[in-house]
Design a binder for this molecule. Sequence first.
Ligand SMILES: O=c1ccn([C@H]2C[C@H](O)[C@@H](CO)O2)c(=O)[nH]1
Ligand SMILES: [Zn+2]
Length: 130
Amino acid sequence: MSADLIAAASSAAARAHAPYSRFRVGAAIRAASGAVYAGCNIENAAYPQGWCAEPSAISAMVMAGETRIAEICVWADSARPCTPCGGCRQKLAEFAAADTPVISAGPAGERGRWTLGALLPEAFSLDGEA
Ligand SMILES: O=c1ccn([C@H]2C[C@H](O)[C@@H](CO)O2)c(=O)[nH]1
Ligand SMILES: [Zn+2]
């Protein structure tokens, strides 16, 4: 079940540095080992220098020595279920497979579930392989 992943993403969203958009996002990755790595969005007064929650979680995973994503949850308290932005889909594809589950969640729990392949069909890769 994904309850632990959703809880980790929710806790991460509480750490978001989002004074400009006020849109707090948390991402939690379950890596191949089963360990969970989380991150938040971190905005900047020079707006384009801010970054999303997903690369924060990817950074935590890579720094722990892991490079395979088994499952990822993106959490936001938003009108519509929050899905990874286009750039984040490509960042996730570096470490995930087309059938890797991507879960969207909010205060009421899970709101949507896709595969990364459904969100990013025909993802770019240097060798043309998934
Ligand atoms: O997948 C996404 C999409 C947006 N954001 C953040 C970036 C910005 O700080 C805020 C509003 O776009 O939401 C994420 O963290 N992840
Ligand atoms: Zn993004």
